[in-house]
Design a protein around this ligand. Structure first.
Ligand SMILES: Cc1cc2nc3c(=O)[nH]c(=O)nc-3n(C[C@H](O)[C@H](O)[C@H](O)COP(=O)(O)OP(=O)(O)OC[C@H]3O[C@@H](n4cnc5c(N)ncnc54)[C@H](O)[C@@H]3O)c2cc1C
Length: 453
């Protein structure tokens, strides 16, 4: 079997030196080892044949969607890998209104799923900042996003998935049944496995009815700790926020500069941006008023955003933080998560470490679910100092995350970038179980070797 007999279109196959640069690096990793080939299949059959080819030639395989991953999981590290890029498998196949499910191929972009669902009166809640990421990648990383506090993560919306296994066989995992107590949940095992157990080729997603109304409010606080206190207050009020995001003034300034837009409030050091949705507009307005009432003494500004344009503008400032940062400095974004009652302590510790290591950090995050994106800024540090400070900072930070009962990644995955911390922080028996599962499903360690565990 030859690659050219599996992928017959020249524009869907790049061999050796033809492999485009974009496959050879990501935000963290560059100068990766030589790639054997990149193949862009358009069917499950082609994916299965590519996996069989890799077995025949003893090649490692990396599945790839849109390449927006930020954990180094989609980049080649060993040399001579076969990259199976599924982004051309991008058809929305079927909306079944009776079961409220949508069948999609793995290369469909998250934003396109959201748009398609909404155009038909449905709602697909998982909402990562990277709307251009693929659903296959979202499943492989169990992507979260802004609305996880109310609606959960990608895992909660996968009813069924078709997977090509390491030997090239094809299996369907999960089912349409809402309840299932029939054996091990293999579907859930594959979700978040970062391409180390199989390649997803079709997904049946759960849809919700589209909420009719939503409204946001922006709150400004004098200090970061006032803002984290407010998050806990809001969660305890029972207003069931759809999104509850926190960002520092220093963080949003990058977005303001990049987008040439000013946030509605310029007061204080930290902000909380909240959205509430539902089918009863009066109830939503009442909940926003309750939050205003409860925080009136603590906040410097509380600005409801009933105007859709203003709301969109504010959220776009939040959405563009990362893209904006890329224009101004090299950085490393973390993805730590701690139990919600430890959120304030964790975020304030990131600032203590800033002093200790003399390394600039800023924070933003999905405050409602305890997920912090701490951003380490290289600024004008030389490469050697940056590497030294980064390591010292991360050693301390992850020790604290562990002490608080947290995890190194809430939604981006472990990949290569967090692997050493993940293995150090994990319970060794649990880690050994994961390795046994990996071996049982992929005995030749063909699928994304060297990543995750
Ligand atoms: C600006 C920006 C904002 C972001 N915001 C968020 C956010 O809010 N929340 C969040 O969760 N993430 C966020 N991310 C991270 C990233 O977008 C997600 O991890 C996303 O799910 C990756 O999807 P992808 O299609 O780009 O996958 P890739 O980067 O191509 O791959 C990521 C991983 O998935 C595996 N994979 C991809 N497709 C398949 C498949 N079909 N079968 C098996 N394995 C597969 C790869 O092997 C790799 O391990 C952000 C990234 C950026 C750049």
């Amino acid at each position: 079997m030859k690659l050219q007999t599996i992928i017959r279109d020249q524009d869907r196959l790049f061999i050796g030196d033809q492999v485009p640069e974009k496959y050879k690096s990501d935000h963290f990793i560059s100068d990766v080892a030589k790639v054997h080939a990149v193949a862009l299949p358009i069917s499950t059959e082609e994916v299965a044949e590519l996996v069989q080819y890799a077995n025949q030639e003893s090649l490692a395989i990396i599945a790839r969607g849109e390449g927006t991953g930020v954990a180094g999981a989609q980049v080649p590290i060993k040399g001579d890998e076969l990259i199976i890029d599924v982004h051309k498998m991008n058809r929305i196949l079927e909306l079944d209104e009776e079961t409220m499910t949508l069948i999609v191929e793995p290369g469909v972009k998250n934003g396109d799923i959201q748009e398609y669902a909404e155009s038909r009166g449905y709602f697909y809640p998982p909402d990562p900042g990277s709307k251009h990421s693929s659903i296959g990648g979202n499943v492989a990383t169990n992507a979260g996003g802004m609305r996880a506090v109310k609606y959960g993560t990608t895992r909660d919306y996968v009813r069924e998935m078709e997977v090509v296994l390491s030997d090239g066989s094809v299996v369907s995992l999960g089912s349409l049944n809402i309840k299932n107590s029939s054996g091990y949940d293999l579907k859930d095992l594959f979700i978040g496995s970062e391409g180390t157990l199989g390649i997803t080729t079709k997904i049946k997603l759960k849809m919700l009815p589209l909420p009719q109304y939503k409204q946001s409010a922006l709150m400004a606080f004098a200090t970061l700790s006032d803002a984290t206190d407010a998050v806990l207050t809001i969660l305890k009020l029972g207003v069931d926020p759809t999104a509850l995001e926190l960002f520092e003034r220093e963080t949003i300034e990058y977005s303001e500069k990049f987008m040439n837009l000013a946030l509605q409030s310029q007061k204080g050091q930290a902000y909380v941006l909240m959205t509430i949705d539902g089918n009863d507009n009066e109830a939503i307005i009442g909940k926003i008023a309750l939050v205003e009432d409860m925080l009136s003494n603590d906040a410097l500004d509380i600005i409801p955003l009933p105007n859709a344009e203003e709301e969109k503008k504010t959220w776009s400032l939040r959405d563009n933080i990362l893209t904006a940062l890329m224009q101004f400095t090299e950085y490393e974004m973390l993805d730590e998560v701690v139990p919600i009652n430890k959120f304030a302590e964790m975020i304030s510790y990131t600032k203590e470490l800033q002093q200790k290591h003399e390394l600039k950090v800023i924070n933003f995050g999905h405050a409602g679910d305890g997920n912090i994106h701490t951003v380490l800024m290289k600024k004008d540090l030389d490469e050697e100092t940056w590497k030294k400070k980064r390591k010292a900072y991360l050693d301390d930070l992850y020790e604290k995350v562990l002490e608080l009962g947290g995890k190194p990644s809430a939604e981006h995955g472990i990949g290569l970038v967090k692997k050493s911390y993940f293995t150090k922080m994990s319970n060794q028996i649990e880690l050994e179980l994961m390795r046994k599962i990996k071996y049982a499903l992929d005995p030749d360690n063909r699928l994304n070797p060297g990543k995750l565990i």
